[in-house]
Design a protein around this ligand. Structure first.
Ligand code: GAL
Length: 410
């Protein structure tokens, strides 16, 4: 008798079989979340999204010190491709990339010690109506490898929303990239949390929610990230979308405080750190935000565990929260966040610290003030946080012995 009990396991099994790697996603990349620049929110499809601007951005990534801090990928987003030749080979928009390929840009970016990323879509067309990868996966992967591409983001516009179809289509590009023999970081962009359980079999990162676009979008994606932590780890990461700051045109999407709050949260959530604001015209404060070595160290921690909420409720509803991430040296990164409209005291007390297995006294450091705090003699810390993005970023370590190990589970 075909009961629910006998039928239920079939779907996940089938899914697993379909997405089983033909060669395995074993490119050795993204052992820690990728870092770099992405052109989308900065340049979108404007005339400025062209080779000469991108070369200047490469220069600036080096001069500003960002490259040496780990921001190694310079990633093009939509609007670089124009058409296909008779034999199907992709052609870059010659008005933007005079050679009609991305090879000269890749050579230049490589000469700067950086890596080049590009963008496609699993449908016939990208979101902006440029050529997509459907039915051309093998040829496109070979073309990218020949140009010297190091990173590929594959979007999901104009494609089926069916899970199995999506996994199969992403699997095609994964296998095509693998077959080239060139290590290419593969970043899925399907905007849904149902990618997470399958993510690491398909790519090095997978978008779990919609475009972040603004502060409210950032908060929504933080809420989606929470609960997906078991799916993230070295080689494959949940992706809550791009880092937001002022565009090259000068338009500010969020406040400086919110840019810093997002950066803090992306570090504690082990999210890819892709700056999608102006590099050429970056404010001193934004540069200081993206250059904080101690926060970057949390993001790039080799244990590779994604943090989770230990206090509070949905941030999109405007609340006080604490998120915690266990780190390789036995310490924890803690972000206190106020997403509400009023100033707020947020306290991590016995229960909140207790779930981390920490015992008093705690040694603590403030990663934005960059200073050691007095030891927390009892298990309690209160942060007074301004509204709409107020935050504190602590790194704490038990001075005594761990009671419950390092587990964040439960
Ligand atoms: C969206 C994607 C964005 C950006 C845009 C380009 O689907 O989520 O990150 O790539 O397409 O058209």
């Amino acid at each position: 008798m075909a009961t629910a009990r006998t039928r239920a396991p079939l779907a996940p099994l089938l899914t697993a079989l379909v997405a089983l790697p033909a060669f395995g996603l074993d490119n050795g990349l993204a052992r820690v979340p990728q870092m770099g620049y992405n052109s989308w929110y900065d340049l979108e499809c404007s005339d400025a999204m062209n080779e000469s601007t991108l070369r200047r951005i490469a220069d600036r990534l080096v001069e500003s010190g960002l490259k040496d801090l780990g921001y190694q990928y310079l990633n093009l987003d939509d609007c670089w491709a124009k058409s296909r030749r008779g034999d199907g080979t992709l052609v870059a928009d010659e008005a933007k990339f005079p050679d009609g390929t991305l090879k000269p840009l890749a050579d230049y970016v490589h000469s700067k010690g950086l890596l080049l990323g590009t963008y496609t879509d699993r449908g016939e067309q990208t979101c902006a109506g440029r050529p997509g990868a459907a039915r051309h996966e093998e040829l496109d992967a070979k073309t990218y490898a020949a140009w010297g591409i190091d990173y590929l983001k594959e979007d999901s516009c104009n494609a089926s929303g069916d899970h199995l179809t999506a996994f199969m289509e992403y699997g095609k590009m994964r296998d095509a990239l693998n077959a080239t023999g060139r290590p290419v970081l593969f970043s899925l962009c399907g905007w849904k949390s149902w990618y997470a359980p399958m993510g690491s079999t398909l790519g090095n990162s997978w978008r779990i929610g919609p475009d972040d676009n603004n502060w409210q979008g950032v908060l929504q994606n933080i809420d989606i990230m929470n609960g997906l932590e078991t799916y993230a780890g070295p080689g494959g990461w949940n992706d809550p979308c791009l880092l937001l700051s002022k565009k090259t045109t000068g338009e500010a999407i969020m406040t400086e405080l919110q840019t810093r709050a997002q950066f803090s949260m992306w570090a504690v959530l082990a999210a890819p750190l892709l700056i999608s604001g102006s590099v050429l015209n970056m404010s001193a404060e934004t540069l200081a935000t993206y250059s904080n070595k101690e926060v970057i160290q949390v993001s790039q921690d080799p244990l590779g565990r994604q943090g989770r909420r230990v206090l509070g409720g949905p941030v999109a509803e405007g609340t006080g929260n604490v998120f915690a991430r266990p780190l390789a040296d036995g310490s924890f990164a803690l972000v206190f966040l106020n997403s509400g409209k009023e100033e707020l005291n947020v306290t991590c007390g016995k229960e909140c610290f207790g779930t981390l297995g920490l015992s008093a006294p705690l040694a603590a450091r403030d990663l934005w003030a960059q200073q050691r705090l007095p030891d927390l003699q009892d298990l309690s810390f209160t942060a007074l946080l301004p509204p709409a993005g107020g935050h504190r970023f602590l790194r704490v370590r038990s001075r005594g012995r761990f009671r419950g190990g390092l587990s964040l589970a439960g």
